[in-house]
Structures are given as structure tokens and as C-alpha cells.
Ligand binder design. Sequence first.
Ligand code: ADP
Ligand code: ZN
Ligand code: MG
Length: 503
Amino acid sequence: MKFETVIGLEIHVQLKTKTKMFCRCLNAGGNEPPNTCVCPVCLGQPGSLPVINEKAVEFGAMVAHALGGKVTWESKFDRKQYFYPDLPKGYQISQFDLPIVTGGAVKVSVPVEGGKRREISVRIHRAHLEEDAAKLIHADDGNSSFVDFNRGGTPLIEIVTEPDMRSPAEAKAFLQELRLIMRTVGVSDADMEKGHLRCDANVSIREEGTTILNPKTEVKNINSFRSVERALDFEIKRQTKLALDGKPVVILTTRGWDDVRGITVEQRTKEDAADYRYFPEPDLPPLMLQNLAESLRSKIPELPEARRNRFQSEYGFSESDSRTFVDDEALADFAERVMTELQEWVSAKSEGGAHWNASRDTFAKLAAGWILTKLNGIMTERKIDIRILKIKPEDFAELLAMLHKKEVTGPNAYLILEEMAETGADPSIIMEEKNLGVDENTDELALIAAEIIVNNPKALEDWRSGKTNAAQFLVGQMMKATRGKAQPETARQLIEAELKKMR
Ligand code: ADP
Ligand code: ZN
Ligand code: MG
């Protein structure tokens, strides 16, 4: 029997509001000493009253727009009852039947074999606002636990997908796209390693070709993109083995992912909604959101998918370069400003946009190569983040223009770029000061070419006996001798001319 995997995700995203969901305590994100951002409301003291954080509601509505879903015009909060030491009230304020977001879908491009990608659409079932629980820290002795209430009461949006993913790779790609959307909209830093984005993965298997939904397992405690794939892989293998042994999963269970051991461990059979005794939160008014929803629509920035498409259509970047740029908003901004500068430069000297249209793709290739390979290499090597890079996009564009005009060779442009990263200086000034410009004096260069041939008799011999790469070797020597100041093309021509004289 062949099985197909069915995966649906529930993702908690920490909203980056200044204060908590229902009180004025700082939403400090782990930066403050334990239990210093607390008050009677978030400690669940009797008689304290919650007040809704307007910004969190606004963020919720923005998430609706960003995911292509609907803002519920009349939404409300509910109490979800359960007992645990991280929840002093004995209930969590969440949303039950009128979540702030319903519907929506996210297009995701999934890497498949052979370096190709395939596009899927993952539908969003709903997303609701709720408060986070406190953080439990278990002592190493195994006998005691600590509670840090700083996280208690901070705002979350829980996003629930439809069971639309068919492999761990699809789940991972979806999560990565979701992270990028949350960052772009500015509602969360969505850093999985820091717990801003926490994922529970629901997974079941079914016979290929059928459409039934079998009982699923919910895997909790997944803390990185790598564990999403590992945990799901493990769980699929486990369920497949059970099914083949004639003992398929028959009841809903919750299992925890143990990242160290690389296995999932049964935690409990799952509660259903009735166990939580949801009821409307009597201390909070309903949310009337029609006006807010409409006023926010125009405030949604360009989303990653749209930006990737525009990077291709407007600048002529390749699909894969567009993807690399847009994965990092600051890098994308840099690339975009470089291209705009280049366009201005080309248009200024050519009247109208005609010349730009003709040369755009050449510049796109040049810019993508120099940003993604050379500049990224320099940044990685020197541990410089693009956000603190000293190079201004207009200076970077100028360097590319100098390259394009053949005022500087590639190797010397690289030296200039290193200096720019170090000091933030202007490329033409560096070129002059360090004498790194192209040498136009071909008479002088011809003499150097002749000298190099004379000094390398073995290469000359090889060339005479028909070994053509001997010429290439001599060109390399010439580039070295001129410290990159000769254009490779010029060097090649001169070497060949001199060689012919010595045939
Ligand atoms: P529960 O009642 O356990 O909360 P829901 O129907 O609310 O279950 O779904 C919770 C999550 O589980 C959703 O992300 C949904 O897509 C996913 N899901 C539901 N049924 C299945 C299934 N049979 N296999 C895999 N995922 C599923
Ligand atoms: Zn508080
Ligand atoms: Mg549910």
C-alpha cells in the first residue's frame, strides 16, 4: 500500500507590541530579569480587570489582510479553562468561535529535486488573538521548576492552516514564507530560535488516492525549521510502520518532539473543545472591527510574493536571485536602490529610457553577481550585516558603472569594494588614491607584454608548439604584473599580438 502524508500547522506568532495583550506591562521579549514585567492583571490577581491592547488588534487585522483572509467585523474574546502552573488565572483569554481572521491562503514555492521549485497554495483556516502563558524553567535536578511571568499575558496570534501540506519540505517552506510575511508586515520578528514563532504540526497518513482525513497526531515543541522537517519525518515513519503492522493511529494524540533524541514522545490524548469549557470573556467588550479593517487595507506593505515578481519584471533579476534578495528585506532594499541608481545614471546619459531597456538585463546580472557573490562574501568574511554596512547603494552603483565603462578591472573593483566596506569611501576616490584605475597607455602595456613573454621562455615554447593555454598563462602573468590595471581583454590582445611577432 502507498501512503500520502497530510499535514496542517498551528503556528503561534509573538506580536511585537510595546505592552502586553491585556495590561500595560512591558512586552519585553526575554530582555528583562525574570518577574519584573508583571502586574495584578497578568498575575491573575482577583479583582483585576483586563483592557484590550488596541495595537495587538490592529496587528491581528493586518495579518488577515496579509494572508488574504477576512477580518471578522464582530469578533470577541473567550475564556479557555485549564490548569497549569504557567497560567495563574486558571484560564487563558483566547478566541473561540469568532476569531479575528478567517480564510486566506499563502502561495509557497517548494524546492524539489534537481534544483527546481514547485508552487503550492496553503489555505488558512483561521487565526485568533490570545495571551501567552508564563515561561516554565525546569531545574536540572529534575525536582523543581521556576516560573517567569514576564511572558505571561504577552500577545500572540495563532494561525491555523487547512491540512494542505503533503510533505515535511512543504511544511518547512510554508513556515519560512509565513515568517517572511510576518516580518514584512512588521507584526513580529518571527525568529523561531527565539520562540517568536512556535509551531505545532498535525500529521496523519492515508492511502494514496483517497481524500479521507485519518486521526492525526499533533507534534508539539518544534523550535527550528530543521526540527519541523525532522519531527515530521520521524512521525510519518512511525505512523507508516503502525499502519503496515495493522495497528494504525486511531485516536488523536499529542506527542512532544525531543530534539536531542530525535523522536516524538506521547504526551496525552488530546482534549477537545468541550474540555476547555470555553465561554465569552465577561470582562471584555466585543470587538467591532469593520472600520479598522478597511482603514488598514492600504497600510499593508508590498508582500514578498509581489516583491519577488516585481524584481523580475521591473529590474530583470532572475527568479532565484529575486528570491535570495527578497528573503532579506534589507538586502532587497539595497539591491533595489542600486538598480534605481544605475537606471538614473544610464537614462541621464542616453535621453529617455530607451537605452535602459536595452541594457537593463546586463546591469541586473552585473548587480546580482556583485551583490550576492562579491559583496556578500566580503560581508560574511568580515561579519558585517547589511544593516550596518558602510557602503551606500549609490556608491555601489557607481562602482558598477565604473566596471561597465571599463574604467576599472574586476579584480581591482574587488579591491575597491573591500576598501569601501572598511571605510565607506567613494569608489572613484579610492581608485585614484590607490591608483587602481585601468591603464589606457597601450604602448607602455605592449612593452610589458613583450617583456613578460621574454621572461617566460617555457610558455613561449609551449605556445609555439601549439599549446594555446600557454597564451592564457601569459595573460594571467600580465594581469599580475599590471596589478589588475590592464583590462583582461586588452591584456589578451596585446599578448597575442606580441606572440605573433615571435612566431
Ligand atoms: P483539533 O480539533 O484537534 O484542534 P482541527 O480540526 O481544529 O483539530 O485542526 C487543527 C489542525 O490540524 C489544523 O491545522 C488542521 O489543518 C490540522 N488537521 C486536521 N485534521 C488533520 C488530519 N487528519 N491530518 C493532518 N492534519 C490535520
Ligand atoms: Zn501586567
Ligand atoms: Mg483546534
